[in-house]
Design a protein around this ligand. Sequence first.
Ligand SMILES: Nc1ncnc2c1ncn2[C@@H]1O[C@H](COP(=O)(O)OP(=O)(O)OP(=O)(O)O)[C@@H](O)[C@H]1O
Length: 398
Amino acid sequence: MTLRARLVVERAGFRLDVGFEVAPGEVVALLGPNGAGKTTALRALAGLTALTSGHIDLEGRALHEIPAESRPIGMVFQDYLLFPHLSALDNVAFGPRCHGASKVEARRTASAWLERVGLSAHAGSRPRRLSGGQAQRVALARALAVGPRLLLLDEPLAALDAHTRLDVRSELRRHLAGFDGATVLVTHDPLDAMVLADRLVVIENGSIVQEGTSVEVARRPRTDYVARLVGLNLYRGIATGRTVTIEATAGTTNDTTTNDTTTADMTSADTIPGVGTLSSGGGPGAGTADVEDGGVEAGGGEGVVFSVVERFDGPVFVAFPPSAVALYGTRPNGTPRNLWRARIDGVERHGDNVRVHLDGPIPVAADVTPAAVAELDLVPGKPVWVSVKATETHAYPA
Ligand SMILES: Nc1ncnc2c1ncn2[C@@H]1O[C@H](COP(=O)(O)OP(=O)(O)OP(=O)(O)O)[C@@H](O)[C@H]1O
């Protein structure tokens, strides 16, 4: 293991006590609700918050005995914390310079990193002239330029608008894949965690409540928070331009063995990346949604064709929240894309709304108002039309 940590931080009214390991090249996401202790854990790894007890072992070195400024770590913060008076190049060069490199050497290293993140043309720009996405890339280059063995990312995408976030997320994933040290990422966005991390460590109230790959965590949610967390509709598919074919569903049912409270979430659990076979329920509703005319043809579980905003070729993920799904009792007018027919599998309360689980060519969860439930008479077994606006889907390379 590259990193072995047990972090105990005590404060009035709060106690963090977590232990986890990160393998070389692995990205671990610390995920959890507000106030869970994620940032405290990250700051403790960085040496910015003192440990009450515990230890941090990085490649055999006792990191907790090393002062923050001498730890071999790179850190990216939510708001980047770039020096406003320095150019992008000098911001990146700052790290190597602090680690003893000469000015020329530091700038050479910085220049190479700016090129790797695609920002050579902006080397002379001050941070205020950079977009949020560009500033984030400079911050990442600055963190990696010191050749860290541990990379710490604190909500690295949180300050970006939705569209930029999409691009930067894919790009960050690529850079993380090329980093051979340990990476610990803090986020409360499940999409960031699932796309960027190999493994999730879910923290609630200062303790680890669940950990594993996103598939493992999603299959057996153990807390309400985790169950909600995996409530995204998320599919793996193949893109051709702006059209994504969601891989065929297997037609096998879930291996749900109990009727406990997590059962209702298993549908969405099957929509987590890495799960090769999505449960379609295998019912007569399985088929191919033709986005051109919005119909559903019997197709023996061939999946669904989605139209999305982003243009890609090859394997992608398509994600959208249950709130982006609209249900209709009769086929809606016009020819909206991403329209197919499904059958209601289950209905449950979800905050102020109602979450409707649907069978069909792909399993999907929809959040609708109680008024809509009454108006459309949404009861299990009822056939409905399902539509998802292309603008509310996110597609990104798998
Ligand atoms: N500097 C501080 N002094 C005292 N208490 C703090 C300090 N920073 C955080 N806390 C408290 O410690 C607990 C954990 O906070 P922390 O910021 O680590 O949570 P988090 O999981 O990162 O949450 P968020 O997602 O909101 O950032 C909270 O109860 C918080 O109020």
